[in-house]
Design a protein around this ligand. Structure first.
Ligand code: NAD
Ligand code: MLT
Length: 319
């Protein structure tokens, strides 16, 4: 495939640019383009590289008369219209493994945070208060963690939280109970799983079957005080239903990294983020030095491979 130049439209690690250039591919970095600007710019490039900010929709793809490949430096391709790309024979590449450990580690940090009120207690102390009683927590040891989606991230979360003494149960339509047992996850159908969970963490793509998967009915069938973690995609947990469950006390806390709209502006999401029992981060799951170098290199390697050459990456940063 003839890829001579690439538009990098979101801030990916410079390792991507360096590797492409070393293989004689011209790179232009143009960030925060409006849809109209992107439609204009895309006409001049053989490939585009994005993270999650830039939306590569049907109109953008149709405008890309030379476009041959769309590289996603990350896992989810929900910001790319894959059907429109396929219809035009444009290859869509992603780097699903590169940031899995980082997303897993943020999930584990958020679970521990929910158990011990770290963020809220720290904010309170910084504001001059000494509220030891208010922020007393619960041990994770002996509690049950339900993991929805036992793929790359879900499995790694299970292994780490088992080391904290949690019992791990889970569900995934393409994983068998025997496979789940190999990493010490008890496989349960969803109805049985909700009733057992002290914590629920979701690690699925956002697809029609997972949109609003955690909703009012599900939260109502959980134990009172259940805690919910979403480091996967906004929309898997219904934000309005979660807020209502937090207000009623049915949900005892939530940790959220991803939102139905990013950056969030709608009033329900903003109220959710502001809730006392919520720990919220701005889509930081993949935001580590290691993951960003990995996904940057992987996306560049795949684009170079499309040209028929073997990419060679040499780390200069130690990552
Ligand atoms: P993966 O493809 O390895 O695993 C996802 C799993 O979800 C698969 O095993 C799949 O069978 C399962 N699944 C699909 N539909 C399901 C359903 N209805 N119920 C239960 N399970 C279902 O993906 P991954 O790399 O583990 O990523 C998981 C999610 O995390 C994705 O949405 C990805 O975009 C997101 N992610 C977020 C960040 C972040 O910055 N917050 C970083 C990396 C990945
Ligand atoms: C992903 O899907 O890889 C993540 O959401 C991280 C990102 O957008 O960079």
């Amino acid at each position: 495939m003839d890829i001579r130049n690439v538009l990098v439209a979101d801030a990916v690690d410079e390792a991507c640019v360096a590797l492409l250039q070393r293989h004689s591919i011209q790179v232009d970095c143009k960030y925060k383009l409006s849809k109209e600007q992107l439609i204009q710019a895309i006409q001049n490039y053989d490939a585009i590289v994005v993270r999650s900010d830039t939306k590569v929709g049907a109109e953008v793809i149709q405008a890309g008369s030379r476009l041959k490949a769309i590289g996603r430096a990350g896992a989810g391709v929900d910001n790319i219209d894959v059907n429109a790309a396929t219809a035009r024979d444009v290859v869509v590449l992603n780097t699903p493994g590169g940031n899995a450990i980082s997303a897993c580690e943020l999930t584990c940090a958020l679970i521990a945070n929910l158990a011990r009120n770290v963020a809220a207690a720290s904010a309170s102390l910084k504001a001059g208060r000494w509220d030891r009683k208010l922020y007393a927590g619960r041990e994770l040891s002996g509690k049950t963690l339900a993991i929805i989606g036992l793929g790359r991230i879900g499995k790694e979360v299970a292994l780490r939280m088992q080391a904290w003494g949690m019992t791990t149960i889970g569900f995934d339509p393409i994983v068998t109970p025997q496979e789940a047992q190999q990493f010490n996850v008890q496989y349960l159908e969803l109805d049985a799983l909700w009733r057992r969970a002290d914590y629920i963490t979701v690690h699925t793509p956002l697809i029609p079957a997972t949109r609003n998967l955690i909703n009012a009915q599900v939260l109502g069938s959980c134990k009172k005080g259940v805690k919910v973690i979403n480091v996967a995609r906004g929309g898997i947990v219904n934000e309005g239903d979660l807020l209502a469950a937090l207000k009623s006390g049915q949900c005892g806390g939530a940790a959220i990294d991803v939102y139905e709209q990013e950056p969030p502006t709608n009033p329900v999401t903003l109220e959710l983020i502001a809730h006392d029992k919520v720990v919220a981060t701005p889509h930081l799951g993949a935001s580590t030095a290691e993951a960003q170098v990995r996904v940057a290199v992987e996306v560049a390697e795949q684009l170079i491979a499309l040209t028929g050459r073997s990419p060679e990456y040499k780390s200069t940063s130690g990552v």
